[in-house]
Design a protein around this ligand. Structure first.
Ligand code: CA
Length: 364
């Protein structure tokens, strides 16, 4: 006891002495470290939209709190400062410092960026995290965005989505023929080659289009977001799984000069906080999806059912063909496609004997 008191007393005394002795210098360091940064962040989401929009609000709130106010970020919903799909350009040219969106929106401009959100029949949530942070994905992503003056960070994930809402049954691949479905990106291209008609619609128009029969089907996200849009009131069949978006990652993009202006500790804080948002958003979706699914399962008007295996197999073959064509036409896509699929193959073996085997046991 005496020894502990002595050591404790000594430490306090030494601390006081060191503090008082170094005081003038400490003030200088504190003044430099106290430089504040006020940034704007544009997004593709409706303001404070559950999941997607809250993730970026949480990012800003956490960064301000953890930096003691040194990094303040004002978040703008899609269309408030720039249109929802112009986030990439606005951050790239330095009109704002930061953006939050999905990299597959850059299809047609940077096709290869789609690997970092979702490829049909691609990686799930944790496999994508592994590839980005341990498997070389982040380095490929940074290289891809370098000409655009952007630093990308993985910042959010919805987890595997649902296949979508249908007003007719899908019992064979023939039922896809002529199907008018709201489905963007590579998933839409897969649908088109299977004989369907992909339609692009902003989120705000999906419900009415489905209800009036302008479209036969739509995918959106999963139970959490779909119920908040009221999609269960406009269609009967809710199909799974979401082969088109198997664990889509969201991105935080930062203008290169803005990034370089941050001191090292704030840069570290941004990196760490983006990772925390990826975890947090996946948790929010798991929680929200489970609650909304419970509501849908209790609804006698809703029929929740899996796609037939042969339909999924057919779509999977088409998806791989489309990605191979993309790689054949675009060297940047080729450079990412090869390591992506090698990693996916390695992960499939691991997931099969771990998560997949366990989940099959749990539900059998
Ligand atoms: Ca979707």
């Amino acid at each position: 006891m005496k020894r502990r008191e002595f050591v404790g007393g000594l430490a306090v005394a030494a601390g006081v002495a060191a503090c008082s002795k170094a005081d003038p210098e400490q003030k200088t360091v504190a003044a430099q470290a106290g430089e504040t940064f006020e940034w704007s962040c544009v997004t593709s989401w409706p303001p404070k939209f559950p999941g997607l929009g809250m993730a970026v609000e949480n990012l800003a709130e956490r960064l301000e709190r953890a930096s003691a106010g040194r990094l303040k970020i004002k978040v703008y919903g899609g269309g408030e400062l720039v249109p929802p799909f112009e986030v990439f350009d606005a951050v790239s040219r330095g009109a704002v410092e930061m953006g939050h969106d999905a990299s597959y929106y850059h299809r047609g401009k940077v096709d290869a960026a789609q690997f970092f959100t979702a490829i049909p029949f691609g990686m799930n949530y944790m496999e994508l995290n592994a590839w980005i942070h341990y498997g070389g994905g982040l380095e490929l992503w940074r290289e891809l965005y370098e000409p655009f003056n952007l630093m990308p960070f993985l910042c959010g994930n919805t987890g595997v989505q649902m296949g979508g809402w249908f007003n007719k049954q899908i019992n064979s691949i023939d039922d896809i023929k002529g199907l008018k479905m709201r489905i963007p990106g590579l998933g839409g291209e897969v649908l088109r080659r299977a004989g369907g008609t992909p339609i692009i619609l902003p989120g705000s128009e999906i419900f009415t289009s489905l209800q009036t029969g302008a479209i036969d089907a739509t995918e959106w996200v999963g139970p959490y977001n779909d119920v908040s849009f009221g999609l269960h009131k406009a269609a009967t069949y809710y199909y799974y799984p979401g082969w088109q978006e198997t664990g889509p990652g969201l991105e935080c993009i930062i203008n290169r000069e803005a990034w370089d202006s941050l001191p090292a500790d704030l840069q570290a804080l941004v990196e760490i906080t983006c990772q925390s948002i990826t975890l947090d958003m996946a948790a929010e979706y798991s929680h929200g999806n489970a609650n909304s699914l419970q509501q849908l399962m209790a609804d006698p008007n809703i029929d929740i059912r899996p796609f037939p295996a042969e339909v999924l197999q057919h779509l999977k073959i088409i998806a791989r063909e489309i990605v191979e064509e993309m790689a054949a036409n675009d060297p940047a896509a080729a450079k990412i496609s090869k390591p992506y699929y090698e990693y996916l193959e390695k992960m499939e073996a691991n997931t099969r004997i771990s998560e997949q085997a366990y989940l099959e046991t749990r539900t059998s």
